[in-house]
Ligand binder design. Structure first.
Ligand SMILES: N[C@@H](CCC(=O)N[C@@H](CS)C(=O)NCC(=O)O)C(=O)O
Length: 314
């Protein structure tokens, strides 16, 4: 991670734990918002006006948080307005790395180069996603939950597509997001990066209780998690479901059931995958190579050949 702008240690997924040995995810540091007129958003400072071609999104295809933002960019028709760079799937001792030429905006070698460019004294982990402002040469925001909302409304008329956070569903969306984030989205990481049996078992139970609840939720025939409208909760659920059998079931020891043991969640995942543009945001190759490159969990770096994924239909 970075301490006062210097890269200090070899990359290790677990650098903060709670008193039970549970994995603790750091909070994001850059919290500004792009808005249609450049006024300040709910947090941070103003000065980030929506303009086509001004912003760049840095992502990893292995990363569920980054892929939230890639999905929203597609669904909101912002591909022409926002350019992207994709890091290499394997984590190095200095975190995410770019292949030669993969960052035409800053020419960075590592993700941490962008963090120190934005703030030479920055401390923390150099995570993806990052929404970068080419005009001022800084990071606008590195919190995927907020970038999702920025892509939904911050780009004003540049964006098209469905409202991913409609006002009349906001309370319901917030409630379901708040339930699935700790127990499922981050729950699989809490299981995978637990350093005690107790922390692992707690996370494991949370993960499967949540999958069971989501399967039940879909049993009334609804198409999406909040009914007939596709919302940001569907994005947030899908990115975890899409990685479940390929990475979390094996590497993160979330092995009570597979996604494919849940018929409604499997059909739901296939439905999301078939939305226009979404298949391009899903790389099972990157997901497997990326997760299985985490040396602390898989020292020899062997990448499994399976499993067969039933939801991955064109
Ligand atoms: N709160 C952040 C979390 C992002 C995050 O943890 N990304 C991971 C990849 S899945 C990362 O970049 N990790 C690199 C590191 O921890 O050094 C968000 O949702 O945007």
């Amino acid at each position: 991670m970075l301490v006062n702008g210097k890269w200090v240690a070899k990359w290790d997924p677990v650098q903060a734990k709670d008193e039970k040995g549970g994995f603790v995810r750091q909070t994001s540091t850059f919290r500004n918002w792009v808005t249609p007129d450049g006024s300040a958003g709910p947090t941070g400072t103003g000065g980030f006006k929506a303009e086509a071609g001004r912003y760049h999104l840095y992502v990893a295809l292995i990363c569920p948080w980054a892929c939230r933002t890639l999905m929203a960019r597609k669904l909101k028709g912002l591909e022409d307005a926002i350019t992207i760079s994709i890091v290499e799937p394997e984590l190095t001792d200095q975190g995410w790395r770019f292949a030669a030429g993969a960052d035409p905006v800053n020419g960075a070698t590592y993700m941490h180069d962008l963090y120190t460019k934005a703030d030479p004294q920055v401390s923390g982990r150099a995570t993806v996603p990052v929404l970068w402002d080419k005009a001022t040469g800084t990071i606008v925001n590195n919190e995927s939950a907020e970038i999702l909302r920025i892509l939904n409304t911050g780009f004003g008329a540049l964006a098209k597509g469905p409202d991913l956070y409609p006002a009349d569903l906001a309370a319901e969306i917030d409630a379901l997001n708040d339930a699935i984030y700790p127990a499922l989205n981050n729950g699989v990481y809490r299981a995978g990066f637990a350093t005690t049996q107790l922390a692992y078992e707690e996370a494991f139970r949370d993960v499967f209780a949540t999958l069971d609840a989501l399967e039940t939720r879909l049993s009334d025939g609804r198409q999406w998690l909040h009914g007939d409208r596709f919302t940001e909760t569907d994005i947030r659920a899908f990115v975890t479901l899409a990685r479940f059998d390929a990475a979390y079931h094996g590497l993160f020891k979330c092995n009570l059931r597979r996604l494919s043991d849940y018929p409604l969640l499997t059909a739901y995942s296939a439905r999301v995958y078939r939305l226009p543009g979404i298949a391009e945001t899903v790389s099972i190759d990157h997901i497997k190579r990326g997760y299985y490159s985490i040396k602390a969990l898989n020292p020899n770096g062997i990448v499994p050949l399976g499993p067969k994924l039933d939801w991955l239909v064109p």
